[in-house]
Write a protein that binds this ligand. Sequence first.
Ligand code: SAM
Length: 269
Amino acid sequence: MTGFSPDWLTLREPYDLRARSREVIAAVAASVATLPSVHIVDLACGTGATVRALTGHLPSRQVWRLADNDLGLLGRANAMAHADGVKVTTVPLDLNRDLEAALDGAVDLVTTSAFLDLVSKSWLDRLTTEIVARAIPFYAALTYDGRIDITPNDPSDASIVAAINEHQATDKGFGLALGPEAAGHAVAQFERLGYAVIHRQSDWTMEPNDRDIQLQIFDGWAGAAREIGAVSLADTASWLARRRANIAAGTSSLRVGHVDLFAVPTGRR
Ligand SMILES: C[S@@+](CC[C@H](N)C(=O)[O-])C[C@H]1O[C@@H](n2cnc3c(N)ncnc32)[C@H](O)[C@@H]1O
């Protein structure tokens, strides 16, 4: 499974859904509750996880515009079932090049999930500037924040986690990524620009029975550590073997830190 493969996004979606902050979703819902219909743009939509997570919390008439540059994921998003009154259209678009086009037109709310940690500081500043200029509320779920806690502990965890976080800060198509710094930077920028921001932890939690996703995560992390090269290949391989053995023995659990935020204009600018 690759970083954005449909299989990976499908595997992670229930964990994402469980992790999303109910408090932040309630704030999003309250901000649009009185609108007769809501026009929403979802940035980097993947297969449409944010539509599925939010739709039951919003007024029944919803018009979603889903933007992504992966045509296979957009095809799946387009085919998703949704309630009467909910309209979904997809927009193939490179957000690095054409962010402003994604935000054009009538928009009551901009959303995204599992995306902000991929972007650079300059792109995030561009996003916050464009959103604030349009006075649109902004919901960003599931931004990775650098915290990883694996049970049982392993002597190589610290060096592997350091390598993962170094990998998180490499270029993911938007310039050097903010990675674990992204949520904090977004909160600071929105507050600086006069928005009120609510932010809460939305950590993934995986128990010993959550074997498939833990296998995928550890494989992916070993691959990231290999690309960074700070831990020897032999040490990374033996760490992965121990992690896989723990999963097989039913003793592996995992917490991965994420942050959800909702930023809303205050009218004080
Ligand atoms: C981790 S996935 C998250 C997908 C979805 N929001 C979710 O929560 O399941 C990151 C998404 O960013 C999209 N993406 C990455 N770079 C992009 C770009 N330059 N323009 C548009 N979308 C991009 C990927 O195609 C992928 O769908």
